[in-house]
Design a protein around this ligand. Structure first.
Ligand code: ADP
Ligand code: MG
Length: 261
């Protein structure tokens, strides 16, 4: 084996051991580019490190997005504020900076079905993942089922500890299905543990006065609302359903096309 070949094999082995996959992939091409540009050794090393770091950050971000389990990947770029003028755009833009997470503040997205609450919650959660925060998205009903099952399997503490590790918990669609007494109590446990330690984001179609209908007891609902709304940003979406508007437009287009035929 030539000396050159031996050092290549060793170098690649060390890079693998050191878990530097990007440097391993790029070092030869970048060496050629740097020699053409007459860069010094330090610049070459710096560029390699920058590439490794950027890739590592990208991989970590992708992992956080995966771990958040968003039901669909929606970002703010595809949210049409003009279609929903009731939504406070400056507030949403401010929240996208995620300072609310550092301050352990909550967000409530309120409004009727189809007004883009889940879309906005996902977009805010996505922004948080990009900025290094741990996020977990749950449908409220699914979370409550998960909590009840975990309790049955004596895994409740484990699940609650997992939830506590997140910086932001998104609880989507509170209000469509009423909870059992045990379910409501477990949800309260999550809200109460998160209080001033994590941020919660809740989307709901229910005005506050109707929360007792899904949570059951008035006392528990009061205590839950108290914690959720102590430090909260409220985003209201009161306009028409985007889904309905879209279908209406589609139907109108089809009718127009049929009339032209
Ligand atoms: P909600 O959770 O309020 O019921 P969704 O967020 O599920 O509503 O919105 C329903 C569909 O309409 C989704 O596909 C969403 O991306 C889309 N949508 C809603 N509002 C808007 C909007 N203002 N701009 C772009 N898409 C929207
Ligand atoms: Mg929704």
């Amino acid at each position: 084996m030539s000396n050159q070949h031996k050092s290549t094999v060793l170098l690649e082995h060390h890079l693998k051991q050191l878990k530097l996959p990007t440097i391993l992939k790029e070092y030869q091409l970048l060496a050629q580019a740097c020699s053409q540009e007459k860069c010094d050794y330090q610049t070459y090393l710096l560029r390699l490190c920058e590439k490794e770091l950027a890739d590592r950050q990208k991989r970590a971000m992708d992992r956080r997005i995966q771990a958040a389990r968003f039901p669909m990947l929606k970002t703010i770029d595809t949210y049409d504020f003009a279609a929903q003028p009731s939504v406070n755009e400056p507030l949403v833009r401010e929240l996208l900076r995620c300072e609310f997470i550092d301050k352990k503040e909550n967000i409530l997205l309120m409004g009727s079905s189809g007004t883009g609450k889940t879309h906005l919650a996902t977009a805010l959660g996505f922004a948080a993942c990009c900025q290094g925060y741990k996020v977990r998205f749950f449908g409220c009903t699914a979370l409550v089922t998960h909590l009840l099952e975990a309790r049955e399997d004596r895994q409740l503490q484990r699940l609650l500890t997992q939830l506590e590790k997140q910086n932001l918990l998104i609880l989507d669609e509170l209000g469509y299905v009423p909870f059992s007494k045990a379910g409501a109590e477990l949800l309260f446990e999550v809200v109460s543990r998160a209080y001033e330690r994590q941020s919660l984001m809740v989307t709901t179609n229910l005005p506050f006065e109707n929360w007792t209908e899904v949570c059951g007891s008035e006392r528990l609902t009061g205590a839950m609302l108290d914690r959720l709304t102590h430090r909260v940003h409220i985003i209201e979406a009161n306009g028409p359903s985007y889904r309905l508007e879209e279908s209406r437009k589609r139907l109108a287009r089809r009718k127009k096309n049929n009339n032209q035929d």
